[in-house]
Design a protein around this ligand. Sequence first.
Ligand SMILES: [Zn+2]
Length: 75
Amino acid sequence: MEFKKCARCGCFFVTDGDVCTSCMPKDRLDIFKLKNYFEENNNYSSVQNISISTGISAKNVSRYINNGNFPNISL
Ligand SMILES: [Zn+2]
């Protein structure tokens, strides 16, 4: 078992993911929002831009992309 620091709230937890169980639904919602965003927009230029348009923090946008949630997106 490995303790990890939650990427969203900073609490320590034990699981396979990046975030604790209370933040997991928020991650899922963000990924859902991002997925829709990428489907509707072709002119995303930067993480900052996406963050402003979606309301998802730039840190989290980068994390989802780095985690391979959006294999077709490269910034
Ligand atoms: Zn958390």
